[in-house]
Design a protein around this ligand. Structure first.
Ligand code: GDP
Length: 444
């Protein structure tokens, strides 16, 4: 899995903070040190890491989080926002020319995934936009590159223009463009040659092709597995060509993640797509915010935190947290919690945002009837003041009375009391920084 180690280290660094109501300066410093090391070990460039940490410090100071109630969550959010900003904020769409064809030229080292990406991207446009692309095979050096493109073209039913390996690539491109105009292809992809390392001759050839084709996009293909080298390569290509964007390939592999994090910073060019497998369909639009959450191992935890921050009454929350710590959380608090959760939207959507929950098969067909909340409230409102404050009083005969009072079956009363007990136990553990109870409760 890509980013595994980085994700692990970052979550650990942030976990040191969560489970605490307030953050002390030294806790924050310790977490930032951990984050810094984790990024460096993931091959993020030194300059990028330095800037990144400085930004987080600045933001954390500005937000005066140290005394805040939701301080740990705020730090997580700041880290996430900075990761997102580092990778470019918004998804960057493919450039499109006013007149046809839109010309997309690939560049990159040998083996980075240019040929594969040309086919993937052409296929994506064909499928999603009903485009009629033409792929030009201009890599005359790598043995089999032309065959490879022709085979892909045949499989995907996308035409390929090739003139074998004996014609100069500049000529091939000229002829290919002419053919595209004649056939009214709306997109042209140019698969260019790569080398094992950047060399002068290759750069001259690529510059010439760019002059001939005046492409709307020059996409640099970068192998995410090459770590620190990936950023150096990107820098080299960026110096020679007017790159418009980057495709990061092999993110399905065991990459440490540095390339994804530094490339934008180093080249100033957005990552537009990511390759996540060898199949023609394994290409995705790059969303910096989703990638940041993925790197932090958070699913959509941040949306969850944002929603929670919007809906939750902070003062009440602090009181309840304190009650949980002292183990005096009662049914009145339980109903308050239910109401707050209800205000946040459908329960099944919320659960999916919790890390590790999104892919949980138990949630696939889950839907929680909003009436359940109303029924729970009805049961609690049948309780006496003493029962609400001291749930241990709820013996079988009292439970029968509650069922009758709320007009609900006795099994439902029992179930709710059990859930209350579980919640109490889980919250008690969570306030001590142990989240495994949450997974147990969710059946994870
Ligand atoms: P080129 O020399 O830049 O044209 O590279 P190729 O397109 O031939 O790709 C080199 C190898 O990487 C091939 O075996 C591809 O199947 C593989 N490859 C390309 N993109 C990806 C990707 O996103 N994930 C994986 N797992 N393999 C990829």
């Amino acid at each position: 899995m890509a980013f595994e180690n980085l994700t692990d280290r970052l979550s650990k660094a942030l976990k040191n903070l969560t489970g605490k109501g307030k953050i002390h300066e030294e806790d924050l410093q310790a977490s930032l040190r951990e984050i810094r090391l984790a990024l460096l070990e993931a091959d993020v460039s030194y300059a990028t890491v330095k800037k990144f940490i400085a930004n987080i410090k600045e933001k954390a100071k500005g937000a005066e989080i140290l005394d805040g109630l939701n301080a740990p969550q705020q730090v997580v959010k700041i880290v996430n926002d900075e990761l997102t900003a580092l990778m470019g904020e918004e998804a960057a769409p493919l450039n499109k020319s006013e007149k046809i064809p839109t010309v997309i030229m690939m560049a990159g080292l040998q083996g980075a995934g240019k040929t594969t990406t040309v086919a993937k991207l052409a296929y994506k446009l064909k499928k999603e936009d009903k485009a009629r692309p033409l792929m030009i095979a201009a890599d005359v050096y790598r043995p089999a590159a032309i065959d490879q493109l022709e085979v892909l073209g045949k499989d995907l039913d996308i035409p390929v223009f090739s003139e074998g390996t004996d014609v100069d690539p500049r000529e091939i491109v000229k002829h290919g463009l002419k053919e595209a105009k004649a056939n009214k292809n709306d997109y042209v992809f140019i698969d260019t040659a790569g080398r094992l390392q950047i060399d002068e001759e290759l750069m001259t050839e690529l510059k010439d092709i760019a002059t001939i084709a005046s492409p709307d996009e020059i996409l640099l293909t970068v192998d995410a597995m090459t770590g620190q080298n990936a950023t150096e390569t990107a820098q080299g290509f960026s110096d020679a060509l007017d790159l418009t964007g980057v495709v990061l390939t092999k993110l399905d592999g065991d990459t440490r993640g540095g390339a994804a994090l530094s490339i934008r910073d180093v080249t100033g060019k957005p990552i537009k797509f990511v390759g996540q497998g060898e199949k023609p369909t394994d290409l995705d639009v790059f969303y910096p915010d989703r990638m940041a959450s993925r790197i932090l191992g958070m699913g959509d935890m941040l949306t969850f935190i944002e929603k929670a921050q919007k809906e939750v009454d902070e003062k009440k929350q602090a009181e309840q947290l304190e009650k949980m710590r002292q183990n005096t959380f009662d049914f009145n608090d339980f109903v308050d919690q239910l109401k707050q959760v209800q205000n946040m939207g459908p329960m099944e959507d919320l659960m999916k945002m919790i890390p590790g929950m999104a892919g949980n098969p138990a949630l696939q067909n889950l839907s929680i009837d909003p009436k359940t909340f109303t029924h729970m409230e009805a049961i609690v409102s049948s309780m006496t003041k003493q029962e609400r404050e001291n749930p241990d009083l709820l013996n079988p005969s009292r439970r029968r009375r509650l069922a009758a009072g709320a007009g609900r079956p006795i099994v439902e009363v029992n179930k709710m009391i059990k859930q209350f007990d579980q919640m109490k136990k889980m919250m008690n553990q969570a306030t001590k920084g142990n989240f495994s109870g949450m997974e147990q409760m969710m059946g994870g």
